[in-house]
Design a protein around this ligand. Structure first.
Ligand SMILES: *Cc1c(COP(=O)(O)O)cnc(C)c1O
Length: 437
C-alpha cells in the first residue's frame, strides 16, 4: 500500500526508484514522490504510537532516526538491504541561556553533526547507499558511487560505501576543505581525487563522469538523499512533543537540506502530526550568497556567483543545484533568507560555545543570522526557535583553534579565550587565578 517513485518537479514524468536517473525529461530535478494518500490509512495517533514504540526497540533499523520512519522514506526497500550506522536521533541542545540573552522564548540547537561521520550528510547517505546496495544485490550493473563534495558529503559517502562493501570515488576541491574532512574518505578507502578547482568545478566533472550509468551519482541533486534528510523534521516534531517551533534556521549551500526540511514538514502536515506551519529561514555566508541575492530580487531567477573563500567552507557554493526546491520551500513556509559576514559567523559560533556548544562555522552562519534577525526584530520575543547545526565542531579544528589564537585572517576574535602559558610553578598559577575564580 505504501509506495514511492521518482517524479519530475516540473513535469508529470515518473520513473521507478530502481532506475538510475537524476533528472526529468526537461532536465528538471526529481523528487521521491510518495503515495501520500495511503499514509492516511493510519491515523495520526497510530503513527505516533508506532514511532514511540520503535524508540524503545534495539533493532538496528529502529535505532536509526531515518529508518525508524521507513514507511515514509523508502517504503519498498527490504529491511535486510538497509545500510545503517545509527544515524539520526541526534541531541537537541537546549540553549536557554542564549535565548535569554537575545530575547526569544526558547532556543534549541539540533546537533545533526553528532553522527557517525560528523555531519547531517549521514542522514541522506544512508538512504542513497541502501538503495544502491539494493540495486547491486539485484544485479543492476553499478561499479562505484561518486560525489563532488565540500568535505562532508565525501566523508559520509565513503563511510557508508565502506560499510556496504561498495567502491566509492570522491571529487574534492584541492586545498578547500578541512584536514579532518580530507582524511575521512582516505581512511575509508575511497578513491580520493583532489581537483584544482572549486566545488562548482568538481560538480561539473562528476556529472560528466557519472553520465556512464555504472558510476552512480551521490550528490544531493540525487533526490534519494533528500528522503533521509527530511527526517530532521520528523525527529524534531517527535522530540518536541509532536509539534514544531515557530521558526527554524538552517545554513544553506547547495540548498538540498532546506528542501529536505520543507519536504519533511509537508509530510507532517499530510500525516496530520502538525497543523500549523513553522517559518523556515535560510542563512548564507556573504562570500557565497547566490540564494540570498535571488531572494532579494524576489526570486526572479538564480544568478550563479563565483563563491569566494569563506570559513564556512562546506557552503562555499556559487551555483546551488537545488535552487528550485529551496525557492519553493521559502515561499511555502513564509521564509526569509539572511546573510552574515565572516566576522559575524565566527563570533556567533564562539559566542554559542560559551554555553557548552562546540559550533562548526556553518552553525555559526545560522546563529549569526539568528542574532541579526533578533536585532532587526524580524524574530520576535514570543518565538520558539530551532537552529539546525549541520556538522560537528571537531571537524573544523583550524577554525576553532585559529579563532582563539586570534590568527584567522581578517577576524577580530571578540570571544577568544587565550591559553595562559606559565612556568611550572604554583605561584604563577595562583597569580593567574586570583580574581578569576
Ligand atoms: C552540506 C553542508 C551544508 C549545506 O547543505 P546544503 O544541502 O548543501 O545546503 C551546511 N553545513 C554543512 C556542515 C554541510 O556539510
Amino acid at each position: 500500500m505504501f509506495s514511492a517513485e521518482f517524479k519530475s518537479i516540473s513535469g508529470e514524468d515518473t520513473y521507478p526508484l530502481s532506475q538510475v536517473v537524476y533528472r526529468g525529461k526537461d532536465g528538471s530535478l526529481l523528487e521521491v514522490s510518495h503515495n501520500r494518500s495511503a499514509w492516511n490509512s493510519r491515523s495520526p495517533s497510530d503513527w505516533k504510537s508506532l514511532f514511540q514504540q520503535r524508540r524503545a526497540s534495539f533493532a538496528p533499523v529502529d535505532l536509526s532516526g531515518v529508518w525508524s520512519k521507513r514507511e515514509l522514506v523508502l517504503p519498498g526497500l527490504p529491511v535486510e538491504d538497509i545500510v545503517t550506522l545509527q544515524e539520526g536521533f541526534s541531541p537537541l541542545f537546549n540553549a536557554q541561556k542564549l535565548a535569554k540573552e537575545i530575547n526569544v522564548k526558547s532556543l534549541h540547537v539540533k546537533l545533526c553533526g553528532n553522527s557517525h561521520t560528523g555531519s547531517f550528510k549521514d542522514l541522506g547517505m544512508t538512504v542513497l547507499v541502501s538503495q544502491v546496495n539494493h540495486l547491486v544485490k539485484n544485479k543492476i550493473p553499478i561499479k562505484a558511487v561518486a560525489c563532488a563534495s565540500t568535505g562532508d558529503t565525501s566523508a559520509a559517502l565513503s563511510a557508508y560505501c565502506a560499510a556496504a562493501g561498495i567502491p566509492s570515488i570522491v571529487f574534492l576541491p584541492a586545498g578547500k576543505i578541512s584536514v579532518a574532512q580530507l582524511v575521512q574518505p582516505i581512511a575509508n578507502n575511497s578513491i580520493v581525487l583532489a581537483l584544482d578547482t572549486d566545488f562548482d568545478g568538481c560538480m561539473k566533472i562528476v556529472q560528466e563522469v557519472t553520465a556512464d550509468k555504472s558510476i552512480y551519482l551521490a550528490n544531493s541533486m540525487n533526490s534519494l538523499r533528500i528522503e533521509g534528510q527530511k527526517t530532521i523534521a520528523y525527529e524534531l516534531c517527535q522530540e518536541l512533543g509532536w509539534s514544531l517551533p515557530n521558526t527554524l534556521i538552517i545554513p544553506g549551500g547547495n540548498l538540498g537540506n532546506v528542501s529536505a526540511l520543507a519536504k519533511g514538514i509537508d509530510d507532517l502536515l499530510v500525516l496530520g502530526l502538525i497543523e500549523k506551519k513553522p517559518r523556515i529561514i535560510v542563512a548564507q555566508a556573504e562570500n557565497a550568497n547566490p540564494f540570498y541575492l535571488a531572494y532579494k530580487r524576489n526570486f526572479n531567477k538564480l544568478e550563479a556567483v563565483q563563491a569566494e573563500k569563506t570559513l564556512a567552507s562546506a557552503i562555499q557554493i556559487g551555483n546551488p543545484v537545488s535552487y528550485p526546491k529551496a525557492e519553493q520551500a521559502i515561499k511555502d513556509y513564509n521564509g526569509i533568507v539572511e546573510q552574515v559576514s565572516e566576522q559575524e559567523l565566527a563570533d556567533a559560533a564562539h559566542r554559542a560555545d560559551k554555553i557548552g556548544l562546540y559550533c562548526c562555522p556553518h552553525t555559526g552562519v545560522a546563529l549569526g543570522a539568528l542574532f541579526k534577525l533578533c536585532e532587526k526584530k524580524e524574530i520576535s520575543s514570543d518565538e520558539s526557535v530551532v537552529v539546525v547545526s549541520t556538522a560537528h565542531g571537531l571537524k573544523f579544528s583550524e577554525f576553532k583553534a585559529g579563532y582563539h589564537e586570534q590568527n584567522l585572517e581578517g577576524i577580530i576574535s571578540k570571544y577568544a579565550n587565550a591559553i595562559h602559558r606559565l612556568p611550572a610553578n604554583a605561584g604563577a598559577v595562583a597569580d593567574v587565578l586570583r580574581g578569576k575564580v
